[in-house]
Design a protein around this ligand. Structure first.
Ligand SMILES: Nc1ncnc2c1ncn2[C@@H]1O[C@H](COP(=O)(O)OP(=O)(O)OP(=O)(O)O)[C@@H](O)[C@H]1O
Ligand SMILES: [Mg+2]
Length: 214
């Protein structure tokens, strides 16, 4: 399955989610390729840490841009069980190329109006892509939600009015452990056991199950 994690806004958690999905997939003995379209090294850095830690749940990372995302993904898909594309949605050429080959778009958004409004542009791109890629499905979920319950249900409702993106009822809390884990090249499930770690693990696993069992 080819999953693109994207969104128009920056710092919504795309790389965090992409890396978690890649590792959780690798834990289930899937051969995973993570394509980074952002020219950033966070996903690569995380994987290097994993290799240094000698975990056997690594993935392969490459960087691709523009039309190469489509052409090379089509060629590479025969060698991998799963491909995850960490895509910078601000570059619409990259995102268009990723959507043209993906089965699923996953959009983390921050619970702010500004993030919700950015979904319109994304919905237009999904609409265009579904014109020639019928299998493409798109889901969105709120990330970094205030764990004290200050973030509003209205925001979720606002997003659910945007066509073509299904807002799933699960969300990820704004939890330090997500930052700490990524810095170490780990997923939250691999961090030392604590109450926060267990909640974060359950949150990410719920998202994982939603994506890979649909
Ligand atoms: N649920 C969360 N709780 C707390 N911190 C989070 C959570 N999700 C992501 N973060 C943190 O937010 C920051 C941005 O996350 P990340 O780099 O994954 O976003 P991004 O969308 O890939 O950003 P960019 O647009 O720059 O590529 C990082 O410091 C990350 O650790
Ligand atoms: Mg990123």
């Amino acid at each position: 399955m080819i999953v693109t994690v994207s969104g128009i806004k920056s710092a919504t958690g795309k790389t965090t989610i992409a890396v978690h999905l890649a590792v959780l997939r690798a834990y289930q003995n899937h051969n995973v390729l993570l394509i980074d379209t952002c020219n950033q090294t966070a996903a690569e850095f995380s994987n290097k840490r994993r290799i240094a830690l000698k975990t056997d749940t690594n993935y392969i990372t490459i960087q691709l841009q523009d039309i190469s995302i489509r052409m090379e993904t089509l060629k590479l898909q025969q060698f991998f069980d799963d491909i995850i594309i960490d895509s910078d949605g601000r570059d619409t050429n990259n995102l268009r190329a990723a959507l043209s080959v993906s089965d699923q778009l996953v959009v983390p958004f921050l619970p702010t109006n500004c993030d919700v409004w950015s979904m319109d542009k994304l919905a237009t791109l999904v609409d265009e892509a579904q014109g020639f890629n019928e299998k493409l499905k798109a889901i969105a979920f709120a990330n970094r939600v205030d764990v004290n319950g200050q973030d509003t249900e209205e925001l979720q409702k606002a997003v659910s009015n945007i066509p073509l993106l299904t807002v799933i009822p699960y969300q990820l809390g704004d939890r330090k452990i997500f930052r700490a884990a990524l810095d170490l090249g780990l997923t939250v499930s691999e961090m030392p056991r604590s109450e926060e770690q267990q909640i974060a693990t359950e949150e990410i696993q719920q998202l994982y199950r939603t994506i890979y069992s649909s």
